[in-house]
Design a protein around this ligand. Sequence first.
Ligand SMILES: [Fe+2]
Length: 265
Amino acid sequence: MNLAINQTEFQKFKNWFSGYAFSFKGYDSALTENTNLKEKHTYKVCEAILDIGKSIFLNEEELILAETVALFHDVGRFEQYKRFGTFMDSKSVNHSELGIEVLVREKVLDIIASETKDLIIKAIRYHNQARLPESENEECLLFSRLVRDADKLDIYRVVSEYYAEQKQGRKNKAIELDLPDTQSVSDEVVMAVINRKIVSFKDVKSLNDFKILQLAWIYDINFSFTSRRIKNEKYLDKIWDSMKEASIDPYIFLLVSEHINKNIS
Ligand SMILES: [Fe+2]
């Protein structure tokens, strides 16, 4: 199957994306701030997916395809925030499906082969699902795994920077998904980590639950490059440190730390 996207097509995608993101800026300060946040996130996910892709020796064509998936994976976030004022899918819409709707409506992917277009759409659809469908072909699973890892890597950057700034007084309810910043932690969330399972969003009731969900992402990392970077950047430590006052069982941190070391070795 020839999935190639040439440089001209890729440049058109980048131009469309920056113009589209720009169209959400300047109306109100919260929309502009959160548009900037997701635009920067997108470019960082593009960088991360290239780093991960190179670590597994993808060729030039595969790297462009991976970067295209990264460029469009969160394109639904802008309209989601504009319409609903939140990034919480359960309180608004599934942002992956909204992103796919935007790409189809704007005919963005119509300049490339339909097989390539289908693969990109599936990888976007799967980037935020709890699990990847086992029935998919290896090629689709590869690009889905790549964007899932790259996305998590950059969300780790965003939240660990934010939790540090939060101590200095910065507040962005959208990053906190409007969750209450209480000391409470849900039993279901703790039990998932102890059973070495990813945390389900439906069990997340507080900001601490969300932080533990982020720690448990380590159970859902696909490439050793990603684990190494998470460890080098001390993302888990930074998230854990931000929960100091909640006196959560340190066994949770021990488990995720052990898991990351196992992924690397
Ligand atoms: Fe996303």
